[in-house]
Design a protein. Structure first.
Ligand code: NAP
Length: 526
């Protein structure tokens, strides 16, 4: 069977993006994939199949959509711990990017097919009072894990967890997107009115989203779905500077040109970069990384580097950086490179970060940051430190988990057991499968790959027929928690209507409900 898997792997790999720089740009999108998706021929079997999808974000939706579209006698149940659907499209995509959120309409089409698809919101899958994976395996022909990344990577520095004013990018995005997760201590930790200078470690697109939301005029976001309490907090804010710090060089910046352009257009904002850090970024290997022959990303990378060089005011030394940070007028966005955080300063609340100077080592596409000798240390003052160094998935009971990559080991989407053997009937998609990187198109691509393995198993009759009914699923949920309130699609429509109505009365697209209990009480109403 492994041989058959590997053969199909060869036929698929040319569609998969290479990731030499850890991010995908929009141009990566390969339209062949859409046609491949359209051309899946119907799996005509007179058997009944049932699939469970764990996680109602983009990966879960794309898997559900493909199964419903291509399998004749099938029902798909989508479970989510939240009472609302849409995963990171609702709680991750920045509120000032409403065009990205339009994709929810596409996902909604899946949920509307209530004859064949059920949404089970507010249902926990896994240990600690949830429905177990073994129970799902009893009920379904196949289980697809698509619950994403609900945690974050740490810097691994002393007092990272104890000092106030240190938040992860996940917590920041959860806050300004009105997530129901209550792990941001708004008053103490965020306290934006006390914050003049922000340091962000990591320079990916999430860091850019956060910088934009903190720096742009809140009134520009007011018509969208940003929660009113967040908007009010931002209105009281006057952030003077954001230093965006990468451990590697300018060529390895993880943000895309579109995002840096958008930041640079914020009125009253000036972008800065340090001369020596830019010079040290351009190693021979970095020059090579920008050569069109090197990779499909090279031109985009080169355009981005040019943009950084041309748009930034170049500072000569640390003293000039300090002068800029202390200057009262205008907002400053300072691109820092080749700096790795080594110590957090402050007693109760963070007041600065010590960075050690790095240099690049290694060949093109594989350059690492190593400390310069003798050591050079820089301190950046801040009242808010944001760790934007990537999200992290959590393991689920009964499924092998790679604790280094924080992903579920899989072969093209089929989960592997601890002996590396594929487990037909158990699948994975999205960030839990490939790690926390890539835009929604990349998730579409890898969900197509996961579906192709499912199709392969269906074509070869490797999955059991199931006749599970909604009552059986309800029973399994209630076995773990009596009186548990499940939120179905009809209930979500009620919540959605209240949010839209409240939004419209305030001149916004939506006013998000911030408390789970309130959502549950709306969904109960007849
Ligand atoms: P990311 O793009 O992977 O960026 C992570 C950053 O953290 C990199 O600069 C990385 O540096 C740095 N980093 C990692 N570990 C570190 C450490 N221990 N110390 C210092 N720096 C460290 O992650 P992300 O920003 O969370 O974004 C996740 C994905 O979502 C990305 O693919 C992103 O493009 C996508 N996204 C897209 C949009 C959009 O299109 N508008 C918006 C949001 C998110 P190295 O490169 O040196 O590892």
């Amino acid at each position: 069977m492994l041989q058959t898997f590997l053969r199909s792997k060869q036929s698929l790999t040319h569609h998969l993006p290479s990731r030499p720089f850890g991010f995908f740009v929009a141009q990566d999108y390969n339209p062949d994939f859409k046609s491949c998706l359209e051309s899946q021929h119907l799996i005509k079997s007179d058997k009944d199949y049932r699939f469970a999808v764990v996680g109602c974000g983009p990966a879960g939706f794309y898997c559900a959509k493909q199964i419903l579209k291509n399998v004749a006698n099938v029902r798909v149940d989508i479970f989510d711990r939240n009472p609302h659907p849409f995963g990171l499209v609702r709680t991750g995509v920045a509120p000032d990017h409403p065009e990205m959120k339009k994709i929810e309409k596409d996902y909604e089409e899946v949920l509307k097919d209530t004859e064949r698809c059920q949404f089970y919101g507010n249902v926990w899958i896994g240990a600690n009072g949830g429905v177990s994976i073994s129970k799902l395996k009893e009920l379904y022909s196949g289980v697809i894990l698509a619950y994403g990344a609900t945690s974050e990577r740490d810097l691994g520095l002393p007092s990272e967890k104890s000092l106030l004013g240190i938040l992860s990018s996940r917590q920041m995005a959860s806050w300004y997107n009105g997530s129901l997760d209550k792990d941001v201590l708004y008053d103490q930790d965020l306290a934006l009115e006390q914050v003049k200078n922000v340091v962000i470690v990591g320079n990916g697109n999430v860091a850019m989203d956060i910088s934009r939301v903190l720096m742009k005029d809140p009134e520009k976001m007011a018509p969208h779905d940003i929660p009113t309490p967040v908007l009010e907090h931002l209105r009281k804010t006057r952030i003077n500077s954001i230093s965006l710090v990468g451990r590697r060089g300018a060529v390895q910046s993880a943000f895309t040109i579109k995002e840096i352009r958008e930041i640079s257009r914020i009125p009253d904002l000036t972008m800065y970069a340090l001369k020596q850090e830019l010079l040290d970024s351009f190693t021979e290997a970095s020059e090579r990384e920008q050569h069109p022959d090197f990779s499909v990303h090279a031109r985009g990378i080169q355009r981005r580097t040019e943009f950084i060089k041309q748009t930034s005011v170049i500072l000569e030394n640390e003293e000039q950086v300090r002068e800029v940070v202390e200057r009262k007028e205008g907002r400053k966005f300072i691109l820092r490179y080749l700096n790795k955080p080594v110590e957090l300063l402050g007693e109760q609340r963070v007041k600065g970060v010590k960075f050690e100077r790095m240099r690049l080592e290694g060949s093109a596409g594989d350059q690492r940051a190593v400390a310069v000798e003798p050591k050079q240390v820089t301190t950046m003052d801040c009242e808010l430190l944001i760790k934007s160094i990537g999200y992290k998935s959590q393991p689920i009971e009964g499924i092998t988990f790679n604790t280094k990559t924080h992903t579920v080991p899989n072969l093209m989407g089929c989960v592997l057991n601890d002996k590396d053997e594929p487990q037909p009937g158990l699948y994975v998609a999205g960030w839990l499968k490939r790690g926390p990187s890539g835009i929604i198109d990349a998730t579409l691509r890898d969900s197509v790959e996961t579906f192709r393995i499912i199709k392969h198993h269906l074509d070869n009759e490797m999955l059991p027929e199931k006749h599970t009914k909604p009552e059986d699923v309800q029973k399994a949920i209630l076995e773990n928690a009596a009186n548990h309130q499940v939120v179905d699609y009809g209930d979500w429509q009620k919540i959605d209507a209240v949010e839209r109505q409240e939004g419209s009365s305030r001149g916004k697209s939506r006013e998000k409900i911030l408390h789970k209990e309130e959502m549950l009480s709306i969904s109960k109403k007849v």
